[in-house]
Design a protein around this ligand. Structure first.
Ligand SMILES: OC[C@H]1O[C@H](O[C@H]2O[C@H](CO)[C@@H](O)[C@H](O)[C@H]2O)[C@H](O)[C@@H](O)[C@@H]1O
Length: 571
């Protein structure tokens, strides 16, 4: 199906709007002030190399009253713009450098060559490179150095952290899952535990695990993978104390996603009722860290209510981790047609099924029988719902479901086949990561055939979609976490064909990461999968390096698949 034929008329119907009252996390005077600084910086310096987030990550040297007073008194040109020298002087005098609120931290459990490290990696240059990637954790390790929330947007955290890198100077929720996988491959168990304790702290403190550990991120979460992090760490360490601390936070998180506007009730074709989930940010204003960009994008919308609706869709797309992608857009060349909250996404529901299954395992280990029973039931219900609403048997894929236009945000919906989005996205295969699906022989067979003919498998890995929109979560970008989930799901199935496909994808991915590292001396946030050795691009910020999840996935792949002595790694 071409994208245009696949999109049904009800998908194209823009009338579904969720109520834009309530559910808003309040902003803070500091965030509002920094947005004004951001906006003036754009007016002063222009948009060349401009990164709005930079200004949101600067902390104040003095209290807000004094800083604001000085800002207001800066000289203005006729147009109201502050001259560059005066602005620079203000920044030097009143603001600390972005990122100075976190200081470098020496991870105590880092060992240059950990005992038994990647024992199946035999080839010399691959081993040396893997050790270099492992050593990058020292560059990415930080601890919070401040505790005056009125002066900085950084959220205080009790334990040291690993940041993704470059402009991403703080902890990110879903990135942490793959960072942890890499830390575990390098036997850095204490650091991995610290990452988990920090996320538990965020859940307990804010009632949500925010997108990232900044005050401007608490209006939305990110793909919910805490349960997987706890399970991975528990499986390697057997740490029951961690488990006891984590379980209550996981129950709270499960409730967060399964209540309010994140929950959608829908009847299947036979009238059976199901509950599934969607992304839905608690926010309908410009994302503070990119408010100049969001205000500009919204400028073509005519009224306040349309703008508020659009701002929520932007923040909800950020909650999905896929910011931005044609996956969430009614018209893929027009960002204002984002409709994230009108979609029941395949991946989110797979993650929540995993959360339920992980809770079962964790509750079993800590002998909480009633929790085991409760979550066995919940996971059974969700598995049925995913099959009934998202699975497309003919295609051998799970498809995002678009809520049709006539129902309100909170009312029940009725499933219609034409509302499944048949466009190819790598997310259509993510449920194969989940035990319930990868253990089913017939499903695996269909999924493997379907993935092979989807057009998504490229020379250097799996493409995010088939549409080259210039958005970063589209073709030709490939992202480490997405490769990892598909590869791990296929590899853990019982099918020989699936296992060999998994290894083939992992090898392509490792090779492209290796080639770009040799060329540029760094690991990248995303890669262009059209050919081995290319870096990804597109999106609203410059491609970033460092990079937490890419490092984690390479180390995890090398741990799982090894690298034989006689196998070349060059492209
Ligand atoms: O500033 C723009 C956006 O930046 C983040 O998103 C991207 O980087 C994150 C960190 O690696 C990653 O988790 C996310 O999937 C990427 O799209 C941030 O998470 C967004 O909320 C923000 O709008």
């Amino acid at each position: 199906n071409s994208p245009s034929t696949a999109m049904s008329s009800s998908i194209a119907n823009p009338s579904l709007k969720c109520p834009d009252s309530g559910l808003i996390k309040p902003s803070t005077p500091l965030i509002e002030f920094l947005e004004r600084v951001q906006s003036m910086a754009l007016a002063t310096f222009g948009d060349r190399d401009f990164d709005p987030k930079l200004y949101m990550d600067m902390s104040l040297k003095f209290d807000l009253g004094k800083t604001n007073w000085a800002f207001e008194r800066l000289p203005r040109l006729g147009s109201g713009v502050v001259p560059a020298r005066a602005f620079e002087g203000f920044v030097r005098g009143y603001m600390n450098e972005a990122g100075s609120d976190l200081v470098r931290h020496d991870p105590g459990d880092y060992v240059a060559v950990p005992e038994g490290f990647l024992s199946r990696v035999e080839r010399g240059e691959v081993r040396s490179w893997a050790l270099e990637v492992h050593s990058l954790w020292r560059n990415l390790s930080r601890r919070v150095a401040v505790e005056e929330p009125e002066l900085h947007t950084l959220l205080w955290l009790p334990e040291p952290v690993m940041v993704p890198g470059s402009r991403f100077r703080e902890v990110y929720y879903w990135d942490s899952y793959w960072v942890i996988r890499g830390l575990l491959a390098g036997k850095m168990y204490d650091t991995a535990k610290s990452m988990v304790y920090n996320l538990i702290y965020l859940m307990d403190t804010y009632g949500i695990i925010p997108n990232g550990a900044r005050a401007y991120y608490i209006n939305r979460s990110q793909p919910p993978l805490l349960s997987g992090m706890v399970l991975e760490v528990y499986n390697r360490t057997g740490d029951l104390a961690l488990l006891e601390k984590a379980l209550p936070a996981l129950l709270k998180e499960h409730n967060f996603w399964n209540s309010g506007t994140h929950k959608v009730d829908i009847d299947d074709a036979d009238g059976r009722k199901h509950s599934l989930n969607r992304y839905f940010a608690l926010w309908n204003e410009p994302r503070p860290e990119t408010s100049t960009i969001d205000i500009e994008s919204a400028s073509k919308l005519s009224n306040d209510s349309e703008k508020r609706h659009f701002y929520r869709e932007l923040a909800s797309a950020a909650e999905s981790g896929w910011d931005f992608s044609s996956r969430w857009m009614r018209n893929q060349s027009d960002i204002t047609t984002l409709a994230t909250t009108s979609i029941i996404p395949v991946d989110l529901n797979a993650y929540i099924l995993k959360m339920e299954l992980d809770i079962v395992s964790l509750a079993r280990a800590s002998r909480k029988k009633h929790v085991v029973e409760q979550f066995l039931e919940a996971s059974g219900r969700r598995e049925k719902a995913i099959k009934a609403i998202l699975w497309n048997d003919e295609m051998g894929q799970w498809l995002d479901y678009w809520l049709s236009g006539t129902n309100s945000c909170v009312e029940g919906h009725k499933w219609e086949a034409c509302n499944q989005n048949q466009n190819a996205f790598v997310s259509n295969f993510i449920p194969i990561w989940i035990e319930s699906f990868r253990t089913d022989e017939a499903t695996v067979k269909k999924v493997v055939t379907s993935l092979k003919s989807s057009g998504l498998l490229c020379d250097a890995g799996i493409a995010t979609s088939l549409s080259n929109t210039g958005q970063q979560w589209d073709y030709p970008n490939g992202w480490a976490p997405l490769q990892h989930m598909i590869v791990e799901g296929l590899a853990k199935s019982n099918s020989h064909e699936a296992k060999s496909l998994a290894e083939d994808i992992a090898v392509r991915w490792i090779k492209t990461n290796y080639a770009t590292y040799q060329k540029t001396g760094t690991m990248h946030e995303k890669y262009d999968v059209q050919a081995c050795g290319r870096i990804g691009g597109g999106g609203e910020y410059k491609p970033q390096t460092g990079f937490g999840w890419s490092n984690g996935v390479v180390l995890s792949f090398l741990e799982d698949f090894g690298w034989p002595r006689d196998c070349k790694i060059d492209c």
